[in-house]
Design a protein around this ligand. Structure first.
Ligand SMILES: [Ca+2]
Length: 263
């Protein structure tokens, strides 16, 4: 019976791998949310992120006032704040069993938007290598923002004009915590800011050697299949011969020759 469940997991993992190949460089999940003010302290938060590998098991909000909530994929949740803020709201994509965050973002939420209505936000796209393109996608209906500043999380900074993009090259795969701020330049006051984790996919780097990474929580098996790492580890020496019949081949040194299961 456990083995049947494992086979289902492998099928799910294979489907995720096939999908990620199609998604190309954008194979990592990206946590994102937006929100709508409903009045009387009520705010509707909704998931706007992406999860092309289908690796996200939990989507968690921390509202910055001590309360938390979970939503389904593309789901929403209403929360009532007791004050006008600003509140730094965090949204995480997690693997539920370990609690590990795959991806996260933080936005500064004000309930008095009649006073300061701009909302900093940005999108990003991993180009070739470690080069990432960042684009201002925030809103500034009153034209009050006079500078838009990125801090890339590696010490470098950059500025863009409204709606513009900037490219930055990182030295590693991250994740980097990138901050984007809308400011009034003469005073340096921050009107609004957003923080997102940026993870660079090394999926097409380093070949398919057994045991090497092919994505978050995924490794190559002995014949170059991209498989779930923890699942593969749990199958070593479990009494079943993993010669590919169940979806992965563990008959090489990287997997301790399946601890003798095939002998
Ligand atoms: Ca085995």
């Amino acid at each position: 019976m456990p083995r049947f469940a494992n086979v289902v997991c492998v099928l799910i993992a294979l489907a995720a791998v096939l999908f990620s190949v199609e998604a190309g460089a954008e194979s990592y999940c990206k946590a994102a949310f937006n929100y709508t003010l409903l009045g009387d302290g009520r705010v509707l938060f909704y998931d706007t992120g992406s999860d092309p590998q289908n690796i996200v098991k939990a989507r968690a909000f921390s509202f910055g006032d001590g309360d938390t909530a979970y939503v389904e994929a593309n789901g929403s949740v209403e929360h009532t704040f007791s004050g006008s803020g600003p509140y730094l709201v965090t949204f995480r994509y997690k693997e539920s069993s370990t609690g590990e965050s795959y991806s996260w973002c933080k936005r500064w939420v004000r309930l008095d938007e009649s006073e300061i209505p701009c909302r900093a936000w940005f999108d990003f796209q991993v180009l070739d290598g470690n080069r990432v393109k960042f684009t201002d996608t925030g809103s500034d209906p009153r034209g009050m923002v006079v500078s838009r500043a990125f801090s890339f999380g590696d010490g470098a900074t950059g500025y863009v004009n409204q709606g513009e993009s900037i490219e930055h090259t990182f030295s590693g795969s991250g994740p980097y915590e990138v901050t984007f701020r809308y400011k009034e330049s003469s005073t340096g006051d921050t009107y609004s800011y957003a923080i997102r984790s940026v993870k660079i996919d090394y999926g097409d780097d380093g070949g398919t050697s057994p045991g090497s990474s092919c994505g978050q929580g995924m490794v190559y098996d002995c014949v170059g299949n991209c498989v779930n790492q923890s699942l593969a580890e749990s199958w070593i020496g479990d009494g079943y011969c993993d010669d590919g019949a169940y979806g992965m081949d563990l008959r090489c040194s990287a997997f301790n020759y399946d601890a003798g299961d095939c002998n």
